[in-house]
Ligand binder design. Structure first.
Ligand code: ZN
Length: 176
């Protein structure tokens, strides 16, 4: 399978124990539900597992966009835009701004929604915004081993990190 086209591995934490009482969870079909769930036989708690929410931004900087080469797994060494998991206590847009600052050192202003990228097999929903670089100097970080500017014509399609990266950058190039 060529680089960048494979699904991201399912990264969910599947709990083994009840977070209410600590008893081992069992896979059961609760009454009124249409699928098996992780159920606590001791206290009845149901440990639902749902998709994780990722926020990203495509930072536009005059004649191009800033992409980073990932310095950590998964997909280490491939290119994407800043993105990361939304934390409790922040909005999706705030997470996109924060991740961009943390990963490539620039501050951005969100200018619109680029798209929502959802794939059943990965269990991740990625919300990607369009954004303008407002300040800061692009810099590497623990998560970004390189940062570079790309125009719509020179995006490294064969080295993009994830399916969501490819799909979002396709949408960006189609609209720019
Ligand atoms: Zn329990």
């Amino acid at each position: 399978m060529p680089e960048g086209s494979g699904p991201m591995p399912l990264i969910h934490f599947i709990p083994k124990h009840c977070r209410q009482c600590g008893a081992p969870l069992e896979l059961r079909r609760p009454e009124f539900e249409d699928r098996d769930r992780l159920v606590c036989p001791a206290c009845g708690f149901i440990a639902y597992t749902n998709p994780l929410l990722v926020a990203g931004a495509v930072p536009e900087d005059r004649d191009g966009i800033l992409l980073l080469r990932r310095g950590i797994e998964p997909a280490r060494g491939s290119w994407t835009f800043p993105a990361g998991f939304v934390e409790l206590g922040e909005t999706v847009a705030e997470a996109a701004v924060r991740e961009t600052r943390e990963e490539i050192g620039v501050t951005i202003r969100i200018t619109g929604l680029l798209g929502v990228y959802s794939y059943a097999e990965t269990g991740v929903v990625t919300v990607v915004y369009r954004a303008k670089v407002e300040g800061g100097v692009p810099a590497v970080s623990r998560e970004a081993e390189a940062v570079a500017k790309f125009s719509a014509g020179d995006i490294p399609w064969k080295e993009v990190a994830f399916r969501s990266t490819r799909d979002a950058l396709k949408d960006w190039t189609a609209r720019s």
